[in-house]
Each structure stands twice: as C-alpha cells, then as structure tokens.
Design a protein around this ligand. Structure first.
Ligand code: TMP
Length: 237
C-alpha cells in the first residue's frame, strides 16, 4: 500500500489517500503541541512510539469487541487505517483527578473516583475545543443519539480494557481522550490514536508521569518517559 496525495496535516500526524478509496495511511510526526497549539516543540522518537503503541492497543481493543479503524502497520511511523469521517467530538474518560478537571473544580490531582467520568468537547481548533454535553452535541448535529450512546459504551469499555492492561505493566491509567470515526456505511469505529500524547500514565509505584504532561509542564525527561512506557507495552512488564 502506497501513499498518494496528502489529505490532511494535523498537529501530530499527516493523513494520506491511497489507491483504495476506503483506506488511508496515517503518518506520525515527532511534533508536539499543547494548549491548542500555543506551545510547540518536538519529542524525538515520539512518532514511532505513538504509532506502534496505538496499533498494539487498537488490536487489543478489537479483540475485546471495540471496533477500530486499524488495518495494518506498514513501517515504524506509518499505518493503514480505514477511511472515516471523524465525529467532531473528543471523548475524555477520567479515573483520577488531574489536568483540567483539577483546575476547573479546584481540587488536587490524584483523587481516585468511585466511577469513571465522561465528558465531551467539540473538536474545533478555532473555538479551542469547547466542552459540551450530549444535548449540545445533538443540537449541533455532531452525532445522533444512537451514535452518542454507542460512543459512550465503547469509551467505557476502552477504559475497562486499558485500565486493567496498564495496571499489569505497573502503570495507572489516569485519564485519556478518544476520537471516533464513521465508515461509509455508518459504522462507528474508534479512530485517531491512543498514546502518551492522549493519555495520562502514572507509574504505579513512584507516581512518576510517563506521558505528555512532562512536555506540557516543562518537567524534562520527556523522551525518556515515552521510551519507558513504550518499553513496558512492548515487553509486557
Ligand atoms: P485535560 O485534563 O487537559 O482535559 O486532558 C484530559 C486527557 O485528554 C489527558 O489524558 C490528555 C488528553 N488530551 C488530548 O489528548 N488532547 C487535548 O487536546 C487535550 C486538552 C487533552
């Protein structure tokens, strides 16, 4: 499978068409941004980690009954995926308080929730991805009621599968962001990526952050954190 024309360039990935109009190729970059693109940088090797980690996790999720866009990894940065129309909703699941939750509600990070939370934001860079609820999403016709219900069901399932998976690797899954896409026939599938860019991972023993917060917060050790989480995922320990 070969890339033809570039369809789209995002902050962390490029998307190319292929000769098969039902498939595209995503290509992961080392570029990193935060705060809606205000902070910019590069994280050496990030594209490789995020590509390979996303693909491993997508395959695990498929086995557990969550349909995904994953088709085939073609090299360390490029992957063939099903061509979808992205549902313009970012779905955030949280198990523990951190980031914008801690900030919005004036609580410290690290409070363990009895039940995971879900929230949506409208995927729109010009508006700064504003938070919205499912009624707003319906009013804006971003998805149907049935699609939103399915997206919620899949998102909680992803949480169950990934929380258990990472705990075995000595990692706490604090929160994460998902995006879904729609195939031509209307099927909803998990799309985008699942990586240290889009998840918070805390070492279960030391509490050390193994994700993009090290970049967002200028903590240093960014590349090493990506390497460490990748090592655990690939070696299974
Ligand atoms: P938040 O606490 O900043 O709202 O982030 C929640 C989770 O979502 C965290 O794991 C990082 C991820 N995230 C993204 O993947 N993309 C984004 O644009 C933002 C704001 C958060």
């Amino acid at each position: 499978m070969e890339k033809t024309v570039q369809l789209y360039e995002g902050k962390a990935k490029k998307v190319y068409a292929t000769a098969d109009e039902t498939l595209c190729i995503v290509s992961y970059k080392d570029d990193a941004t935060a705060f809606n693109g205000v902070k910019k940088g590069t994280i050496a090797g990030k594209g490789v980690v995020n590509n390979r980690m996303t693909n491993m996790l997508m395959q695990l999720l498929e086995q557990q009954g969550v349909p995904t866009h994953f088709v085939e990894e073609i090299n360390e940065r490029d992957t063939v995926v099903k061509r979808v129309k992205i549902v313009p909703l970012e779905v955030i699941i949280r198990n523990v308080s951190a980031g914008s939750f801690a900030k919005h509600y004036g609580v410290e990070e690290g409070i363990v929730f009895d039940e995971p939370t879900i929230e949506f934001s409208y995927k729109n860079d010009d508006l700064g991805d504003p938070l919205l609820n499912s009624y707003h999403a319906l009013a804006l016709k971003l998805a149907t009621k049935e699609e939103i219900e399915l997206i919620k069901k899949y998102s909680f399932k992803v949480n169950e599968v990934l929380k258990a998976y990472f705990l075995k690797l000595g990692v706490r899954l604090i929160d994460f962001k998902l995006e879904f896409g729609k195939l031509n026939d209307g099927t909803i599938v998990l799309a985008d990526e699942i990586s240290p860019d889009t998840c918070r991972f805390w070492d279960a023993k030391t509490g050390e952050k193994l994700d993009k917060d090290r970049f967002r917060r200028d903590m240093g050790g960014v590349e090493d954190a990506y390497k460490e989480i990748f090592k655990r995922v690939t070696t299974g320990e």
